[in-house]
Design a protein around this ligand. Structure first.
Ligand SMILES: O=c1ccn([C@@H]2O[C@H](COP(=O)(O)O)[C@@H](O)[C@H]2O)c(=O)[nH]1
Length: 301
């Protein structure tokens, strides 16, 4: 089964398009986990990140199709953090969740192949060392930098999400520039569609997904039409201000074809007043589950 087929099937099975972002930050961990970390001990912080993310995975595994570990927060801890990232991805694999590793990788073609070999694929016998099902990638180095990823996607039934229109306020500095009558993000969208066209599944989706921010709802409508074969990864919901109304256009007529990421609003829900937890934050997992259920409901409404 291709990556797109698996992700759309997981959306239908869970009845959810929520993607839970795993972005651990030491200062915001629930108190019982923060207390495990003394001084500047990166090994202890990494162990706390593993426990935190694995418990989140356990709490949301029956509610959502996928999780998105953000590599940056693990890399911050050095080698111990990378071990933690590997453990978190393996735990998500075992829980049956599709893993989108958010690493925003890319380089010249020969190096892109190494990134693709490293991060993509979870199907035997070509299991990748990281075991993620998909990876976010930058299009900045051009078509020949994306093709090695697509080739590995073909071999391993994996997927990529190309940065097309990002959620941050400054993304338009390059993405909205007009060249030859179209914006850079429109050109990237065309490239994404070209790469997908020869490799569509029965539902018309290919392995080349696209990142389009919830914070740009008008462009989301435009880009859904421009990339009919791409699963959209839509970050920017919740903490960055994106709402359910903003993201609805990302979905196809079957309610599939897109996943909406929320990181801080879900994983640090114990900090949100509406999800009150005990003073010692010992039941922080209840807040994570409640916030996930709330997001599922909002996206259905
Ligand atoms: O355009 C983009 C691409 C990636 N991200 C990443 O998604 C999450 C968002 O976290 P929140 O806490 O829900 O704001 C984070 O890992 C970003 O690096 C994005 O926000 N926008």
């Amino acid at each position: 089964m291709t990556f797109a087929t698996r992700l759309n099937a997981a959306i239908l099975r869970t009845g959810s398009v929520t993607c839970v972002g795993l972005d651990p930050r030491l200062a915001q961990l629930p108190k019982p986990l923060r207390d495990l970390v003394t001084g500047d001990r990166k090994d202890l912080a990494a162990a706390a990140y593993t426990q935190f993310c694995c418990e989140i995975i356990d709490v949301v595994a029956d509610l959502v199709p996928c999780v998105k570990p953000q590599a940056a927060f693990f890399e911050q801890l050095g080698p111990a953090g990378m071990v933690s990232l590997g453990e978190v991805i393996s735990h998500a694999n075992r829980a049956g969740l599709i893993v989108i590793t958010d690493g925003k990788r890319n380089d010249i073609g020969s190096t892109a192949t190494a990134y693709a070999d490293a991060y993509l694929g979870s199907s035997e016998p070509n299991r990748s060392p990281w075991g993620s099902d998909s990876l976010t990638v930058s299009p900045y180095l051009g078509r020949d930098s994306l093709e090695p990823f697509v080739e590995v996607c073909d071999l391993r039934a994996a997927g990529i999400f190309v940065l097309v229109k990002t959620s941050n306020p400054g993304g338009g500095y390059l993405q909205d520039l007009s060249v030859d009558g179209k914006t850079i993000y429109q050109s990237v969208a065309e490239l994404v569609t070209e790469l997908n066209r020869p490799r569509l599944d029965a539902d018309g989706y290919g392995p080349v997904g696209a990142v389009v921010g919830a914070t740009y709802p008008e462009q989301l409508v435009e880009l859904r039409k421009a990339m009919p074969h791409s699963i959209l990864l839509v970050p920017g919901f919740g903490a960055q201000g994106g709402s359910a109304d903003d993201v609805r256009a990302a979905l196809d007529a079957n309610g599939t074809g897109a996943v909406v990421n929320s990181s801080r609003h879900i994983i640090f829900a114990h900090k949100r007043e509406e999800f009150s937890v005990a003073a010692d934050e010992s039941n922080w997992q209840d807040a994570v589950r409640a916030a996930t259920l709330q997001m599922n409901e909002q996206l259905k409404g």
